[in-house]
Ligand binder design. Structure first.
Ligand code: GLY
Length: 369
């Protein structure tokens, strides 16, 4: 089989398929140069459970539940630590208006039965003393974790290679360039040109800061903040790095703009004043592969049953890596398609395609205890 794209999705599929005995060739002229190279690595199915996205939320929960075993297996296979951290995520509001907006979302998330615990300001500050005194309130999503994509990528490359996959640094410009019985297109935004699927770039500008003198950042949770109407996240890494993101722009360029950097820094420093003393070490932009309904596209092309799409992961590529790899490997190996795949089919945007839907998924099967 062939896999087009050596980002986390393509590599994890290659790893899973090679480990199950398939001969796998992965094509990518610039491995690790896509969205995952700039991604923050939040595993946040709870904090990112948004209004109107119940099916996507169920998928995110199901994949996040696989992350502990996936991370352990990957480290076991490669000896590489991938920065998987389980301190949880704090969601905070800077002003009264920010808190009111955040509380509406927390009420929705709690209504789904998700673990969101509102915190009094004193409890918030007990957990993260570095938060600005004027932060009005917050809530804890203890099961939302994080991983470092810049450690994940090389680990997946090693795992895929050790399982027998071959990585070929050549581009695939059209599907006829590939000689394989089954081809998986895991090329992020590049899937649009190869398959005609409605995958569009959604630009995200993101910053990396570093605590002075190489010390760990002065906070340990992932922090998702509403700050004067700006929505930002701050992801602390053990080595002193803090990832501060991100814009969401319907654009296809990767330029970094002064205005975006200013807005991200202002929101970040307003929430965590100590960031003003950090080094600003990187400002980059990546392109998320978005779809018309924000959910990924997983499964055969309507007119090419030998070509499987594994793309359109939008804001969720890292969290959805384990489940995408398992579901696609099962399909490649001829298993019965998992019911989770039904609303993710490639023909759902095609007027002639199958109706999307079915019953709303229940969250219960995917909650942590
Ligand atoms: N998952 C975070 C982002 O796309 O910015």
């Amino acid at each position: 089989m062939a896999v087009v794209g050596a980002g986390p999705i393509g590599l994890a599929i290659a790893w899973r398929c090679a480990a199950r005995g398939l001969r796998v060739v992965v094509h990518d002229p610039a491995p690790g140069s896509g969205a995952s190279a700039v991604a923050a690595g939040m595993l946040s199915p709870v904090a990112e459970a948004y209004f109107g996205e119940r099916q996507l939320t169920a998928l995110l929960l199901a994949s996040a539940a696989r992350w502990p075993a996936f991370a352990a297996e990957l480290t076991e296979a490669t000896g590489v630590e991938i920065g998987y951290r389980t301190e949880g995520t704090l969601m905070v509001g800077l002003t009264g208006d920010d808190l009111a907006e955040a509380r509406r979302l927390w009420a929705y998330q709690q209504g789904l039965g998700l673990p969101v615990t509102p915190l009094r300001p004193s409890e918030l500050r007990d957990r993260e003393p570095a938060l600005a005194p004027r932060v009005r309130g917050g809530a804890l999503a203890p099961t939302d974790h994080q991983v470092d994509p810049r450690l994940l990528l090389p680990a997946l490359r090693t795992a895929a290679r050790r399982a027998g996959a071959v990585l070929v640094p050549q581009p695939v410009r059209q599907l006829s360039d590939v000689d394989a019985h089954v081809t998986v297109v895991a090329a992020g935004c590049g899937a649009a040109a190869l398959t005609g699927l409605p995958v569009r770039p959604v630009k995200g500008q993101i910053l990396r800061l570093r605590a002075p003198d190489g010390v760990a950042p002065g906070f340990r949770h992932v922090i998702r903040g509403y700050a004067d109407g700006e929505h930002v996240y701050l992801v602390p890494r053990a080595g002193g790095e803090v990832v501060l993101g991100a814009t969401v722009e319907e654009r296809s360029d990767t330029t970094v703009t002064a205005g975006a950097v200013q807005r991200l820094l202002r929101a970040g420093v307003d929430l965590l004043p100590e960031l003003a003393e950090y080094d600003l070490v990187e400002a980059v932009a990546g392109l998320r592969p978005g779809t018309p309904d924000n959910a990924p596209i997983l499964g055969p092309l309507p007119d090419r049953p030998d070509v499987l799409a594994a793309t359109g992961h939008h804001r969720h590529g890292i969290v959805l890596t384990p489940i995408t790899a398992d579901l696609i490997a099962d399909l490649v190996l001829g298993g019965v398609p998992d019911p989770l795949l039904t609303p993710l089919r490639a023909d759902r945007f095609d007027p002639a395609g199958a109706a999307v839907g079915g019953p709303e998924p229940t969250m219960e099967g995917h909650l942590w205890n």
